[in-house]
Design a protein around this ligand. Structure first.
Ligand code: NAD
Length: 527
């Protein structure tokens, strides 16, 4: 079996693959897309880092391809859907670079507080001796605000507390117990922003976290706050940061990641208070070695039929069972993803009911798919089929599963009830043999939604003309309606209208919709 390595991995990782009998290892980096397409034809596995773009076209050219191994965490350079369609397992090695990134963050914290890069440049490049210019601040007794208390955020907290900092955390998806375990104070964003002297972000980049720190948030912060981003470019709005630094609101910022890499926004880079590194958070000998070792071992184990670890798209189940439940997995993941986007607050309880034909299967992988979807808006690539159940447990989410063979309306039905600390919601989905997956209930309303693309769900009084008003606002705003469904519980009263759209509805348009007097609530999601 051929293993093609198209981005370099550590020599320790290479050795693991070379030692494995029956594997032929081919290291071929810097290939053009055409060369890669040629080389992948007879490869059973492809190992990449962040450089190789794995497109649908490439996956289809890999006739023998079984596994794509990403050395590192993010899999945004892989067309996961295409891999899943072709039964190709995509695996990553999250966690191998946690400590390196946490240490880099601490480095940034010290660089910011003591103007180390600025002092270095002034002396080395300009030959100056500007001692009073680089007056710094101590970290002891200062408040470090950590947004996202996951793997890296928690390691940053431990290290900051060793420097006698007070750590406050904003992470709506973790339990108070997790915060207590790390000795940090868990606050909501409104309480958090005005208290922090330094703010560091450690969330994944998702639709929700894009520009998480922008104009409004900078306004709410302490004067002279310092900002660190060693997570993903785009979580901090670079333009808003530039304005806030220029106005003196933000005293300094340290960035390892950028909205465009390499960064185009030269304006920000010209600010003296900005410390910039070229996305090297995970660039240590140890992390490089570790991701190489981990991915090589995982790929070797999976190819030799031993165990599949850290699969992003496929649960560890027998191939013939997988073939049967594959369409349900896709539906289940969409149900979870939709529900989490519709409900506010930390998830406490997830009740799943399998009815009809589906109840005859081992439904654990389907439950895992629902949890993966539910956790994805919070964890991005960090949640996969292997760790979803474990993460749900760690986050103290109570998951129950129930089965019932009988069903009148549908041949099969997955029903999901989710309770967060703020609200409750329910969804049901079915798989039609002729039409594929459909969401057929939203909070008890009978609907027929194709779970794909951008969704707008509007609850309104059942009165003539409302649909027309909705259509006019969407149409005037240039929104292309792909499909629409109307759901009722009873003849009179409330109605639920659901739109499938080509694009996300802009905030301004949502406000206009909310201003229609019959509208009771609305929700949006991207599936
Ligand atoms: P993780 O999945 O372990 O933790 C992410 C945390 O963010 C979770 O606790 C989640 O609940 C929280 N979160 C999600 N949405 C949030 C929101 N809107 N507000 C507050 N909290 C929210 O991830 P990790 O392994 O700790 O990685 C964190 C980030 O660091 C990721 O973006 C990752 O890609 C990045 N990273 C960067 C480098 C680098 O080279 N600079 C290296 C490794 C990882």
């Amino acid at each position: 079996m051929k293993v093609l390595i198209s981005d370099p991995i550590s020599k320790e990782g290479m050795k693991i693959l070379e030692k494995e009998s029956g594997l032929e290892v081919l290291l071929a980096t810097e290939l053009s897309p055409a060369e890669l397409k040629e080389r992948i034809k007879d490869a059973s596995a492809l190992i990449i880092r962040s450089k190789t773009k794995v497109t649908r076209d490439l996956i289809e050219a890999g006739k023998a391809l079984k596994i794509i191994g990403r050395a590192g965490a993010g899999v945004d350079n892989v067309d996961i859907e295409a891999a899943t369609d072709h039964g190709v397992i995509v695996m990553n090695s999250p966690g191998a670079n946690t400590i390196s990134t946490a240490e880099h963050t601490i480095g940034m914290l010290l660089a910011l507080s003591r103007n180390i890069p600025q002092g270095h440049l002034s002396l080395k490049e300009k030959g100056k001796w500007e001692r009073s210019k680089f007056l710094g601040v101590e970290l002891r007794s200062k408040t470090l605000g950590i947004i996202g208390l996951g793997r890296i955020g928690s390691e940053v907290a431990k290290r900051a507390m060793a420097m006698e900092m007070r750590c406050i955390v904003c992470d709506p998806f973790i339990s108070p117990e997790r915060a207590k375990k790390y000795g940090v104070e868990l606050l909501n964003i409104g309480e958090f922003l005005p208290q922090a002297d330094f703010i560091t972000v450690h969330t994944p980049l998702t639709d929700e976290t894009w520009h998480l720190l922008s104009k409004k948030e900078f306004r709410a912060m302490k004067n002279g706050v310092r900002i660190i981003n060693c997570a993903r470019g785009g979580i901090v709005d670079e333009e808003a940061l530039y304005e806030a630094m220029k106005a003196g609101k933000v005293a300094g910022a340290a960035l390892d990641v950028y909205e465009h890499e390499p960064p185009r926004s030269s304006q920000l880079l010209t600010m003296e208070g900005l410390v910039a590194t070229p996305h090297i958070g995970a660039s240590t000998e140890e992390a490089q070695q570790m991701v190489g070792i981990e991915i090589a071992q995982q790929v070797a184990d999976a190819l030799k039929g031993r165990i599949v670890r850290n699969a992003v798209n496929i649960p560890s189940i027998e191939p013939d069972v997988y073939e049967k439940i594959k369409p349900y997995l896709a539906l289940a993941e969409k149900l979870g993803l939709l529900q989490s986007q519709l409900l506010e607050g930390r998830t406490l309880v997830v009740k799943i009911k399998y009815s009809g034909e589906i109840s005859g299967y081992d439904c654990e992988p389907i439950t895992i798919a629902i949890l993966k979807g539910l956790l994805e808006p919070a964890l991005g690539d960090g949640v996969n089929y292997v760790n979803a159940l474990k993460i749900a447990k760690e986050r103290e989410i109570k998951v129950t599963e129930e089965k019932s063979e009988s069903l009148l309306e549908f041949a099969n039905l997955i029903s999901l009830e989710v309770e967060t600390e703020k609200v409750k919601g329910s969804l049901s989905g079915t798989l039609f043999s002729y039409a594929g997956p459909r969401i057929v209930r939203v909070d008890g309303y009978h609907v027929d939604i194709v779970p794909r693309g951008h969704i707008l769900i509007v609850l309104h009084d059942s009165k003539p003309g409302v649909i027309g008003k909705l259509g006019t606002i969407l149409g005037d705003g240039g929104m292309n309606i792909v499909a629409m469904t109307l759901g009722r519980k009873e003849k009179k009263g409330k109605e639920l209208t659901v739109f499938n759209l080509e694009l996300a509805v802009p905030q301004k348009m949502l406000k206009k919709i909310m201003a229609i007097k019959e509208i009771l609530s609305l929700g949006t999601a991207k599936l």
